[in-house]
Design a protein around this ligand. Sequence first.
Ligand code: MN
Length: 426
Amino acid sequence: MALKSWVESANQTGTDFPLANLPYGVFRHGHSDRIGVAIGDQIFDLRMCASDGLLAGLASNIVDACTASILNPLMSLGPDAWSALRARITSLLSAERASTEEQRRARAMLVPQDEAEMRMPAQVGDYTDFYASLHHATRVGKLFRPDNPLLPNYKYVPIGYHGRASSLVTSGTEIRRPRGQTKPAQSSEPTFGISRSLDYELEIGIFIGAGNALGQPIPMEQAERHIFGFCLVNDWSARDIQSWEYQPLGPFLAKSFATTLSPWIVPLAALDPYHVPVAARAPEDPKPLPYLAPGSAPAAFDLDLEVFLESAQMRASGKSPLLMSRGNLRDLYWSPAQLLTHHASNGCNLRPGDLLATGTISGPGEGSEGCLLEMQHRANPVRLPTGETRRFLEDGDRVTFRAFAEREGLPRLGFGECTGTVLPAG
Ligand code: MN
């Protein structure tokens, strides 16, 4: 049976943050940015824990990392340090394990989540976005290239492009509709103007923990030891800009205007019980090349994903956000470990705090499309509860992603929210 916390809200049904989760984030309360762990509706302040001696006995580099205002130092320490710290925090917050005196001291380290402002959890040096969902790649490919939806490399190479780290923003940041160069099929010349085809992309972000030295690849069996944790990612995309610019070098300004991250990083240790085998490849598909061959351990994750849309009119009239789609991280063609190993396979060094995103996560059927682009083939646009319709996002639309892991006998773990509202072009 799962441990209970003395923080009562952590034991309530439906909380995203039970004791078994303990995601890391950076929050502002007062004037400083501090590292904390979400527990129920509270944040457990690790900087205060460090200065109060509640982390005494842990290696000094772990305690020092907890006093930073960003997670990169902790990320760099690697999985043995993370598990030592996680064991200590679990013990301090556990109703069974913490002494009355420890509970009294630890209670003073709690900050209500609704009094804190969440910040970017890490300084992201590099951000790479992949294209790991075969269902997404096939549906999108059909729109751009009806005769040739999937390029011949797809089932051999985890496709990615280098994203823009400077425009990563945390959940709640408003998203300014971009301008750019577009060329409708019926026009002979492009024009520069406001994007009319703004879309979201439902993705999971993979934060790199300890990196690798330049020139030293990461073998598959080591890959997950380099993953600090996961968050939600919305890779906002201007499809009209994208369709004109993407050949030959891939997406550029269609993506780099903003990417939203959920502020809590769920540690890989919390998701370990939700490991499942990678989705089986079709019999006619090639096996991964040896350097990407999955080991015997399951490398996919059973993580449910949801997309909600709320228009300004829905907000004004008190309508609940509309569930647009449901997906699952296990449906990817390439596992997080394969993405990481492929990224480092040429000797490219990954650094603590680097972010890899999976690419849009879509399932095989209708209702599991991870972006609006994949719904374009439908005869009718999406109808909102107000009677409005959508092909792409309008100004005032708010997009919210959620994720949770759930299994019989285990507490439900959630990711919190990844949300953003579209502002008119400036
Ligand atoms: Mn993407």
